[in-house]
Design a protein around this ligand. Structure first.
Ligand code: LLP
Length: 419
């Protein structure tokens, strides 16, 4: 359930008509609903109510906006970060360092130092090499790094190949058959406190079975590690739960997911961490856009050209992803059209031959389910600026990220005087 609904014929974010936001802030603009973020955060937590003190770490990559992180911090969420920049944001949003997990296959030396100096709760180590480097830094700084070893369970997540992370051939984690030896080697290093294991097999998972299979393998590994005399007190089950993008999409609910987790992890005797991203933020945001003009196309459906483009919302161009398109003030008429942005490549297409609300030049429309992996994946391609972000709370709203115009980006560039 989200709080983007029609009221008196106009699409609202909570109690604010989207037309009011377009008028005040301009388009394109990302709009987030605080009530929806809170609702999703609570539904996810309730799904895990059978577990003892689960640690919830929002995957910052899904939506790193400071105001969004702050909403989730107030809901008791920590953060899963994958860069120094994300770590800085999580701390700036008030998340306790102890509630931060640092994932990622390519943490730099500087990022490992930053994590240690910030006192983060856990590093998810993705290779033996990273473990040794972290141990050396920790010894030099006189600190101990709490760590989980991320394993690659070689499970097919049955999602888009670009967001699948748990197959043997993917770059993530250490192979399951080497995990015991690597864990033992790293546990012997001064400077590391090897306390657990981690797994994340992919994103937008519509099926619990691959997750169950990965978690089952992780449980067996915990048993093996303990049998070898190693200590395991924590397990991180990653993120990945899918969300509906289209009407009729059926996704496992957080309650179904929680029931599966409770069943599979029974008897593990560890503290569990979860790293949900999309399931919290995806349907808590939309991208609001205005139609520039419609263009006839031979005998085919017209092109509806909107002012948002693939640089603002990359998912359709990058993954062939579907985002529902709706008029802000639907007339009741429908049309079949191609919906495209102004960028000079054919990949800048949001919908092909899609039946949508009738839209004409000047009309406002939204792309739904844009709260996760939306604004954060933007670029300035075609010298377009960065789109602003707005957070709605009841009948009020605030700009929580300014529009960065193209000329501000150009201001950071220099022509050397020897040219
Ligand atoms: N934990 C780790 C280690 C991850 O790599 C990810 C996502 C998550 C948690 C959060 O997964 P979620 O709950 O959001 O599925 N840009 C792509 C998605 C990439 C996901 C990468 N990792 C998209 O737009 O679909």
């Amino acid at each position: 359930m989200d709080h983007f609904q029609l009221k008196n014929g106009v699409l609202h974010a909570e109690d604010v008509p989207l037309s009011a936001i377009a008028e005040a802030v301009g388009t394109p603009v990302y709009v987030y609903s605080r009530a929806t973020l809170v609702r999703h955060a609570r539904v996810f937590r309730e799904g895990l109510s059978a577990l003892d003190r689960p640690h919830l770490a929002f995957a910052v990559k899904a939506n790193p906006n400071l105001a969004v992180l702050s909403v989730l911090q107030k809901e008791g969420y920590g953060a899963d970060v994958v860069s120094g920049g994300e770590l800085t944001r999580a701390l700036a949003a008030g998340m306790a360092p102890a509630d931060v997990v640092f994932s990622g296959v390519g943490k730099t030396h500087a990022e490992l130092v930053q994590g240690l100096e910030s006192g983060i709760g856990q590093f998810n180590i993705e290779s033996e090499e990273e473990g040794y480097e972290l141990a050396a830094i920790a010894r030099r700084l006189g600190k101990t790094a709490a760590c989980a070893l991320r394993v690659n369970p070689d499970v097919d997540a049955r999602t888009h190949e670009k967001i699948s992370t748990g197959k043997r051939e993917n770059k993530f984690g250490v192979p399951l058959d080497r995990a015991g030896a690597i864990y033992a080697a790293l546990a012997a290093e001064d400077g590391l406190d090897m306390r657990g294991v981690a797994v994340h097999i992919g994103s937008q998972l519509g099926d619990l079975e691959p997750l169950e299979s990965a978690f089952t393998k992780l449980g067996a590994l915990i048993g093996e590690l303990r049998a070898a005399g190693l200590t395991v007190t924590h397990a991180d089950l990653g993120g990945g739960l899918g969300v509906p993008y289209k009407p009729g999409d059926i996704m496992p609910s957080p309650a179904d997911y929680g029931a599966m987790v409770a069943r599979v992890t029974k008897g593990w005797d560890v503290r569990l961490t979860f790293e949900p991203g999309r399931v919290i933020a995806g349907n808590a945001g939309i991208l609001l856009t205005r139609v520039i003009r419609s263009k006839r196309s031979g005998n085919g459906p017209p092109f509806v050209i909107v002012d948002a483009a693939m640089n603002d919302l990359a998912r359709p161009a990058m993954y062939g992803a579907w985002h529902d398109i709706e008029a802000v003030a639907p007339s009741g008429n429908r049309m079949t059209s191609h919906v495209v942005g102004p960028i000079c490549e054919t990949g800048d297409t949001f919908a092909t031959d899609r039946e949508i609300d009738a839209l004409a030049a000047g009309d406002l429309a939204v792309f739904r389910t844009a709260g996760a992996y939306g604004a954060t994946m933007a670029s300035s391609y075609n010298s377009r600026g960065f789109v602003p972000e707005v957070l709605v709370d009841g009948d009020r709203f605030a700009v929580v990220a300014d529009r960065i115009p193209a000329d501000a980006i150009m201001d950071a560039e220099r022509v050397p005087d020897w040219l």
